[in-house]
Design a protein around this ligand. Structure first.
Ligand code: ADP
Ligand code: MG
Length: 265
């Protein structure tokens, strides 16, 4: 299978007042077309930096970022992004917020087609009937659903989700996970999900990449079987418990709380 996203030997340091801050050092990531990779790692290790590289919002000091067989040199509309704090414009309706990217990067479709697309997406995520509301009239989970629609409105090849459910309560979060499965079926994309929720990572992704502490390199890759936890009950199976134990241990290594050689076998 062709890799839609490929990151090879990426190194990056930020320039700060106290000198260079190495953030990524030896990062490797490959996501096949239609794949969904979750990236987990200690706070501050460079996960959001990784998303900015894939989105073409910045260039690495060294190494390569490839998207669909071409070097990434700048931002493009084929990458959709959603973040922990959905930045929705309060003076626009939910529908108009979802349609915003179509105004920024115009498409050939007519205004009516664009509106139909936005309405379809809002319906898909369970927001039918809320099109004319303002963001402040919606709950946090609903705002996150709207933000997801906005990220999808251009039919992106790549969807980047940077801790999108991190600020939601556990029940709302689980609802959003199920919505994500529905969205992935109806609107196929190649996805990168940054998360600090290990259950979320094995529920949604087909591969989980653990990054080391800063500067981050790829420390461990776990393949989640296709038969893996795809409904909530599956998160309580022995198979899921084993995957979570492996990931938890890898996170402890990344945080420097467990010695790396313990699991080198
Ligand atoms: P994560 O998303 O894993 O928490 P980030 O990629 O946001 O990590 O940041 C990695 C490190 O780089 C952090 O220590 C952060 O403070 C620092 N950092 C992020 N952006 C910048 C920037 N623009 N300039 C300087 N330092 C930054
Ligand atoms: Mg981050």
């Amino acid at each position: 299978m062709e890799n839609l996203i490929e990151i090879k030997g990426v190194r990056h340091a930020y320039t700060t007042a106290s000198g260079p801050l190495p953030v990524l050092d030896g990062l490797e990531l490959a996501v096949p077309e239609g794949g969904f990779v979750a990236v987990v790692g200690p706070s501050g290790c460079g996960k959001s930096t990784l998303t900015r590289l894939i989105a073409g919002l910045m260039k690495p000091d060294e190494g390569e970022v490839w998207l669909h067989g071409a070097r990434v040199t700048g931002p493009r509309a084929t990458v959709g992004m959603a973040f922990q704090n959905p930045v929705l414009l309060e003076w626009r309706s939910i529908l108009k917020n979802v349609m915003l990217p179509l105004e920024i990067v115009p498409t050939k479709s007519s205004r009516a087609e664009q509106e139909a697309r936005a309405r379809y997406l809002l319906d898909l995520v369970g927001l039918a009937g809320f099109e004319d509301k303002k963001p402040s009239e919606l709950s946090g989970g609903m705002r996150q659903r709207a933000s997801l629609c906005r990220a999808l409105v251009h039919k992106p090849e790549v969807l980047i989700l940077d801790e999108p459910f991190g600020a939601l309560d556990a029940f709302t979060r689980e609802d959003l996970w199920q919505t994500m499965h529905k969205v992935k079926q109806e609107e196929p994309f190649t996805g990168v999900l940054i998360t600090h929720d290990l259950r979320e990572s094995i529920f949604l992704a087909d591969q989980v990449v653990v990054l080391s502490g800063r500067p981050a390199r790829t420390q461990y890759v776990l393949d989640v079987p296709q038969t893996g936890p795809r409904d909530l009950d599956h998160l309580y199976t022995t198979e899921a418990a084993e995957m979570l134990a492996i990931l938890r241990h890898q996170i402890e290594i990344a945080q420097g709380r467990a010695p790396a050689d313990e699991v080198s076998a």
